[in-house]
Every structure is written in C-alpha cells, then in structure tokens.
Write a protein that binds this ligand. Sequence first.
Ligand SMILES: [Fe+2]
Length: 308
Amino acid sequence: MGIKVVDIAYPRFRAPDLDRMEAFLVDFGMVRAARTNDTLYMRGTGAEPFIHVTERGDPAFLGFAFLANSVEDLEKLANEDGASAVESIDAPGGGKQVRFTDPNGFEVSAIAGREPCDELKVIRQPTYNEGHAKRRIGEPLRIDAGPSQVIRFGHCVINGIDFRESEAWYKSRFGLVTSDEILLDKTTALGAFMRCDQGPRHVDHHTLFIIGAGQPGFNHAAFEVENLDDLMAGNAHLTEKDHKHEWGIGRHVLGSQIFDYWRDPWGHTVEHWTDGDLFNNETPPAIGNIEKLLASQWGPPAPATLGS
Ligand SMILES: [Fe+2]
C-alpha cells in the first residue's frame, strides 16, 4: 500500500566531469558532502546528509528520491507493484530505500532512516526596514558577497508521457495531493503542481510538477535559499562566474516563490527559490491555465527554452 511522503530529498544526475559539476554546485551554493571515484554528493545548510547526487557518465537526469516518514513506511511501500525490497543506502548518512521505475523511465525512490548531520551556519539573515515596519534601528546592513546558501531540495519538475497515468502512479504510491491543476482547455489537463500530504502540517505548495508532454524529460530541480538577499547575492556570484542564466529574477503566480533559474554545465535547469506558499489539508485543489503557469507577478517573461 502507498504511503504519505514527507518531502523530496535529492535529484540524481549523471555527468562526465565530477570536478566541473562540483565547481558549478559550489558556485550555486552547495557544499561537498562526500566524493568517491564515481559519485559526488553535495549538501545544503540543512540537516540532510546530501541534497544533490552526480554519478560519473554520459550527461542525464536519472531520477529523484522522496523522504519517507519511517523505515516502517518503506516496508509498506515495498509491497507496491514494481517496488524493490527495502535496501540499505550506500551513501553519506546511510539509511534505507525502496526503488521504483516510474511510467516515464525515471528512477524514483523513497528513503528513510538517514543519520542527520549538523546544520551549517546561515550567513545572510538581515533585519529589514520596510516602509511601515522599521525594525533595523541604528545598524547598517551589509550583505556578504559570494554564492547563495542552498538550504534544501524543494521540488522537481518532469515531463511525463501521459499526465493522468503519471499522476495516478505517484499519488497512489507516495500520497501526493494536488495544489493546482493546469488545464489546456475545458477537459484536458496539461499537468499539476502536487505537494506532500501531511494533514494539518503546512508544506510547500509543490514538491513535484508533472507535465504531460508525450515523452519523458527533465524540466528543472529547485533548491530553497534563505531569503531575497541570499538569492540576489547568488545571482551576482553566478553571473560573475559566467554561468548560464535562464530565467529570473521574478515572483511566480502559482506557488508565489521568488525564483531564479540557471543551467548546470550540461544544460540541466536548476532553480533558486525563496518565500513560497505553504498549504495544508484545509487548502482545496485549484484549477489554473498555461498563462497562470508561466506568468510572473513581477519579473521577466518565461523564456521559450525553459527546461528544454
Ligand atoms: Fe520551480
């Protein structure tokens, strides 16, 4: 039977040059957790042992892991069609996993029981003076230059062969619920923003977005940073280091996050975001359209290349 996952844990990529991937991810705001001959594990400031995995090989997006509540939940999940047995994870933090291949060929797992690590110090937590709320009195504000500080992996967006098939597959195994469904016309759904079902506990507006595109594909992986200043400092740093910028800075409509999209050296889109919506079981699913999906409340329009 299916379970209700708590969050998303990490995406897995393949790339031929781990040094180059690590250098990009350091500029993007992550810290090396571990490195073997074949695999690079990067972490954020949060307690998760790693939040991004790169295996050596031809460039590809391989899949991602959800965070389950407990190893007992993994034992339940292992009874689902197509599930692996509960296996030990041979990576920093250890823990257990159950692996699947989703209807689009992506390797999707649920993990639990990892050993948390010490959180890293967050350097940019300014006190803001807003027009009608002055809080920083008699103190100058100085923002440290350098990369953003990625806290955690927040969501993944994938293209699926058939949206309804993928939606049912993910919801039945991992307990995801819809925040916003995107309609192409009155009856055809393009995709949906789905979040974890944690009952009354508020969670991110979306953890997974599946676009019914007729064929599998990776769209983007998104990482949370502390606040607007952290995101802006990171934008300046990535610009200075000559990395490829894709879209931003703006504020989404659906999910409301302030966003900034970049490409890794092999063209995978990775997003910094901050200040997103938090929903719980009192928020009913909503219906949106493509205009709303791609719209910004402020900021530049979406490029046609997004995620391609
Ligand atoms: Fe995103």
